[in-house]
Design a protein around this ligand. Structure first.
Ligand code: ATP
Ligand code: MG
Length: 367
């Protein structure tokens, strides 16, 4: 049988989802889901991982589980085609993590560039919680428990997928072919790999408060774009401006397509022409921001409207999540059985072992 094609990916319930998640991962997931090319799709809300750096704030994590679920449904993830579940409800993941910890060294974890940056961001330097430090291992458990072949994520996740691949190789080498090596699936466009925040900081991130949320009202979106970071040296309309590092243009790179010009800015044929004019001088930030606002509203309005519909029946969403957890647990338990067998810790379902030990001791007693 050909290897099944399985997708796994997730998000931390540390806030509502934003347009960085959307271009970095969510949009792709929905396309993959609708392509029909995958045998199974697992999408999870990483509450246990969120607790590794929000341990003192369980209420925040609890409240955001439903927010993330609502965002999922409103972008078009469909529970009849994608299994949506909550990480903490799958205890098998903890057990896998515990075994994988034997396969990773402390220095290997210390080299992980994403963890390094995140430790700095959270001022954890002096006192890193062990759970946070080891979250790449738990992420490897999440991925491998479902035998995922494809993990659609943003660029910041590259070191995590590499770590998971190393664990798989090491596990299979020691204990025999059991786990599946996952492939990362990055966004096509460079601007979508790591969308900057509205403040121009390296990454739009819930924890940095520099986000445009999928559920922001039209008014909020407009306000956030109006006060967005551009080129600090582009003071007057006639000044030449820089496009590189200019967040408004980065967002245009991520969201704009040629049809948008026909609809909202017909005096330009495409983004290259608009950029050229900005570089030359004579094009004001206000005009570019208005254009970006129109594009964003077009993209976000249907998402916002679908969310309002789903918000009307919250208990149904918890039911959907509960069913997703049951399905996911079954899949993870099947992998864990194989892992235990491979690691020789399946004492009671191994008749051969019991018989062999019995023979050995019978022999010794007789001898
Ligand atoms: P936190 O600050 O709590 O870590 P976050 O905003 O970084 O939250 P995550 O839940 O860690 O979001 O990330 C979920 C997914 O979204 C990952 O696949 C990640 O690569 C992707 N992602 C997050 N932020 C961005 C971004 N700014 N641009 C592109 N992809 C992103
Ligand atoms: Mg993150």
């Amino acid at each position: 049988m050909a290897k099944e094609k399985i997708i796994l990916t997730g998000d931390r319930p540390t806030g509502r989802l934003h347009i960085g998640h959307y271009v970095g991962s969510l949009k792709r997931r929905v396309e993959l889901q609708n392509s029909g090319l995958y045998d199974k799709i697992f999408i999870f809300i990483a509450d246990a991982q969120a607790l590794t750096d929000n341990m003192e704030n369980p209420e925040k994590v609890r409240q955001n589980v439903i927010e993330v679920a609502l965002d999922y449904l409103s972008v078009g993830l469909d529970p009849s085609r994608s299994t949506i579940f909550i990480q903490s409800q799958i205890p098998e993941l903890c057990e896998l993590t515990f075994y994988y910890m034997d396969l990773v060294t402390v220095s290997r974890l210390q080299r992980n560039p994403t963890v390094k940056t995140e430790i700095q961001m959270r001022n954890f330097e002096a006192s890193i919680p062990v759970g946070f430090f080891t979250y790449p291992i738990s992420q490897a458990a999440d991925i491998t428990a479902f035998k995922a072949t494809t993990v659609p994520v943003g660029e910041d996740q590259e070191p995590m997928i590499e770590q998971a691949r190393e664990i798989v190789r090491r596990f299979n080498y020691i204990y025999g072919e059991t786990l599946v090596e996952p492939e990362i699936l990055l966004p096509d466009k460079a601007a979508c790999m790591r969308l900057p925040g509205t403040d121009g900081k390296a990454k739009m991130s819930k924890s940095l408060g520099n986000c445009i949320y999928l559920s922001d009202s039209a008014d909020e979106v407009q306000k956030k774009i109006r006060s967005m970071y551009t080129d600090p040296d582009h003071l007057r309309v006639q000044d030449p401006g820089k496009v590189e590092g200019n967040t408004v243009f980065t967002y245009l790179d991520a969201f704009c397509c040629p049809e948008h010009f026909g609809r909202y800015l017909p005096e330009y044929a495409n983004l290259d022409e608009l950029k050229a004019h900005y570089r030359r001088g004579g094009l004001g930030d206000v005009k570019v921001k208005k254009f970006l606002t129109a594009i964003m509203q077009e993209e976000l309005e249907p998402i916002r409207n679908r969310r309002k519909e789903f918000e009307k029946d919250i208990p149904a969403i918890y039911d959907m999540l509960r069913e997703g957890c049951e399905k996911a647990r079954e899949a993870a338990a099947a992998t864990l059985d194989e892992v235990r067998r491979a690691m020789k810790i399946n004492y009671f379902d191994d008749k051969e072992l019991i018989a062999e030990q019995a023979r050995k001791y019978r022999g010794e007693v007789q001898g």
